[in-house]
Design a protein around this ligand. Structure first.
Ligand code: ZN
Length: 380
């Protein structure tokens, strides 16, 4: 018997596909080719992954009446099971040689493609093929077509994110209790990863960051063999995936007594986060939310020490829209999901970042995290 969620999933996919059909109709696109991995999954349920940038697990073709998923033999069974809405086509010499037949069947005239994903060489191959086979098809570049739908989450997507977050937070709470001076960043990161895997998550949303002392001044530090010491910041940034959806959290802790620098940096970051979350509401731009946190950090005497954007959306991808940053003109609406992650980084000393995930509601923001910001001192 198929699992219950599949019935719901079918309804959800029908709505998403309908939304895409309406969007492509505006640009007079009769056939839309979806090659971005996350968009493909979002519109079909097919979980095949591309492996690397020049590989593909398949593409979708969406028209007003047809849904086709073209893939190679490695994925045929999986695609058929996961995407019953779609007619699965297996190609054996790569996608491009199979295109004339597929496009002929679909009576394609204006073929929309995803400009962000199709490489220049793939584009050239398709363009040449169309010319040599005398298919009368116009190629139409699209940007953000599916991404603009993915930016607002439905209940299922928020539930999956919440579940990923629960599992990830539990692991952190357990690991942080075992921290002792002399453990290496790598060993701590591995402990996080191992326990995340053991809780049964799909996988990691990204490699775990554990950065101690001066290393924590690098926002995207890679855990190394540095040993953690008392009275220095230890920054964690980690996330899990559940049903494809990513969680993303940062916390900064200290072994033993914090000094005044730590206390003032931590307090400023914490206030910046709380103020930004309190400010979030529909109609606000990503830029203005970012400014709330940034101004507070500057006023606290740390101008120029918060050297990244305040937050980003998460979903099937770890970084998606909306962005909260000095250059983001995205206007927030209810149902958007994003991180709020201010940080202060002092070269030579270290950094503090605190990251929560929130959902924009009708009149504000709901924090999805359960893990608070109070327990940052680990007693020795
Ligand atoms: Zn993040």
């Amino acid at each position: 018997m198929p699992p219950v969620w599949k019935t719901d999933m079918k309804k959800i996919l029908d709505i998403r596909i309908q939304n895409v059909r309406e969007k492509i109709a505006v640009d007079d696109i009769d056939t839309f080719m979806v090659s971005t991995q996350e968009n493909r999954r979002y519109l079909s349920g097919f979980t095949g992954e591309d492996g690397q940038y020049d590989e593909t697990a398949g593409v979708l073709f969406i028209t007003a009446d047809d849904l086709k998923l073209a893939t190679d033999g490695r994925y045929t069974l999986q695609a058929t099971e996961e995407s019953p809405n779609y007619d699965v086509i297996t190609y054996d010499k790569g996608l491009t040689p199979a295109l004339p037949e597929i496009l002929n069947d679909l009576k394609a005239r204006r073929l929309g493609f995803e400009a962000e994903r199709l490489s220049f060489s793939q584009y050239e191959k398709i363009r040449d093929l169309i010319q040599t086979t005398e298919l009368k098809i116009e190629l139409v570049a699209t940007t953000d077509l599916v991404e603009s739908l993915r930016i607002v989450k439905d209940k299922t997507e928020i539930d999956h994110t919440r579940q990923a977050l629960r599992m990830a937070e539990t692991v952190f709470s357990d690991v942080v209790r075992t921290l002792r001076p002399g453990m290496t960043e790598q060993a701590i990161a591995w402990e996080m990863e191992k326990r995340l895997r053991e809780t049964g998550v799909d996988g990691l949303a990204f490699p775990v960051i554990v950065a101690s002392g001066p290393n924590s001044a690098r926002p995207h530090a890679i855990p190394g063999n540095r040993r953690v010491n008392p009275s220095e910041p230890i920054l964690f940034d980690w996330g899990a995936r559940w049903q494809g959806y990513c969680s993303d959290t940062s916390r900064t802790v200290i072994l033993g007594e914090p000094d005044d620098t730590f206390l003032s940096v931590y307090q400023s970051v914490r206030e910046a986060q709380e103020m930004a979350i309190a400010a979030i509401k529909p109609e606000m731009s990503g830029q203005s939310v970012d400014a709330v946190a940034r101004r507070h950090i500057e006023a606290a005497g740390f101008a120029g020490k918060f050297n990244h954007g305040l937050g980003h959306g998460t979903g099937l991808a770890i970084h998606e829209k909306p962005r909260l940053s000095p250059t983001s003109d995205t206007v927030l609406t209810a149902g958007m999901l994003c991180t709020v992650e201010p940080g202060i980084y002092l070269p030579g000393w270290g950094g503090v970042r605190l990251e929560n995930q929130v959902v924009v509601t009708n009149n504000g923001a709901e924090v999805l995290n359960r893990l608070g910001l109070d327990d940052y001192v680990i007693r020795l």
